[in-house]
Design a binder for this molecule. Sequence first.
Ligand SMILES: [Mn+2]
Length: 579
Amino acid sequence: MAICGRRSRSKFILYVLGAFVLGYLVFHRNTKSDVGLASRREVPVEQRENVDEDFLKKPVYEKPPVDVNALGEMGRAVKLDLTEKEKREEEESIKKHQINTYLSDKISLHRRLPERWNPLCRNLKYDYLSLPTTSVVIAFYNEAWSTLLRTVHSVLETSPDLLLTEVILVDDYSDRDHLKEPLENYIANIKKVRLIRATKREGLVRARLLGASIATGDVLTFLDCHCECHEGWLEPLLQRIKDEPSAVVCPVIDVIDWNTFEFLGNPGEPQIGGFDWRLVFTWHAIPEHEQKRRSSATDVVRSPTMAGGLFAVDKKYFLYLGTYDTGMEVWGGENLEFSFRIWQCGGTLEIHPCSHVGHVFPKKAPYSRNKALANSVRAAEVWMDEFKEVYYHRSPHARLEAYGDVTDRRKLRMRLRCKDFKWFLENIYPDIQVPEDRPGMFGMLKSKGKANYCFDYNPPDDHNMAGHRVILYPCHGMGQNQFFEYSTLQEIRYNTRDPAGCIVADPVSTFLTMQHCSKPREPVPEDQKFIFREDGSLYHVQSQKCIEAVDRTDNGNPGPALRSCSDSDSQKWFFEERT
Ligand SMILES: [Mn+2]
């Protein structure tokens, strides 16, 4: 096991001790199981396989008999016929939770999901008796009753009793009444569910650690508090961790619609995680080099980053890695910090295509994320080395953020002899484009003639960057939509996001729009080439015109546009990092 070599002697002893305890538990589990199981173990392997498997994968609770006509059964979308009054209640519930909990309350807490994994996953066999056990940790804050309890029942009804030690609910100091006594009373009658409460608001990171601190399973499996597990979701995670204890394994996160509760799982290849240079998490298709590394569609997929909420990790390895950065507040950014740490410190971060868990993505973030910035800065300060500048250039206000003390986290990095961020980029995320950020060639692109106006670009939406027009807007110095970089390939790049955008000038309309940049090593299209000349002019090579700050374009608003080149200040531009 790779992790042993790096441990101190005392840790090694602890490990041996742990292995002993584990051995005892496996032994104990086998002996305390009923006689049927013990005698089946005498049956030759070929004959016992099928008999045994059903028995061994028996969940903690069986789902009640299916009622195909029940609302939302088999993950179907629900559309309710509501009176005006009911509609108002529904609206209220959406306002409160950013999830249609009015509708969720009408769906069975035990509903089934349709089978939406790669059919090959059904053929995978597990040696149940040798798999590690797990504690499922679910932290919540003011979660609605039905979404929380559907998560709990779903875990109990899809996880083999043999492998699930417990479900640990961590209440992060909620103030809603239904999460007080009613919740305690409800779970008092359910096997294997424990509830602990924080005594003040801790945030996701510390709440999860609170749960982890009382967990007794071999593996920690973290789930969000509005999930539904697909059949067979747990075994692949545990099998992988058994095979490779330094693997941190995420399930495929399937979408459950926040408004209809439709389960949108899909059996195709999963997407993997990345990030852009604002340190925002992004999704990507599996790159070619990774596809080549895999030999089957049921093999794990390596992912540079994780989305955050859902993963399984060997408890001892999680401790070795330094668990979470407890200096992080509420949520946001902790997922990238953990991802960087896993890879840089010798682990692997993977997605198992046979483990599917549905997650209700809320309409928008239900509570404040204003601490996410400090969390990102902590991640950058500890793990990104000189590349943190690329982040700061695009989020200049992050430099001013009070992010607390990271001394201990840096010591952890030293102690574990973690690799640097350059290694991470080159080996784990070679597809990300690293900006050049040459001095004086990035930041706000300001007009000399039209004082305090800057290039500004607002993409159509989070997933689609291209297509809109570039405008001029009062400079705000916050990076983001006003961040551009002039590259050695003569592009004006909009690379706060990944993949990056490049400005395209159209000599007919005269406007500037945004398109995707050419791929690395492919030629830059002619209409994306500008020469940033000594005198500050931006010369468009294809049209032989210059970019001018125009007060009123055809829609009445200021914008950059192509004009015949002149010596006017309205055709002079300069970069500035901050206001
Ligand atoms: Mn969530």
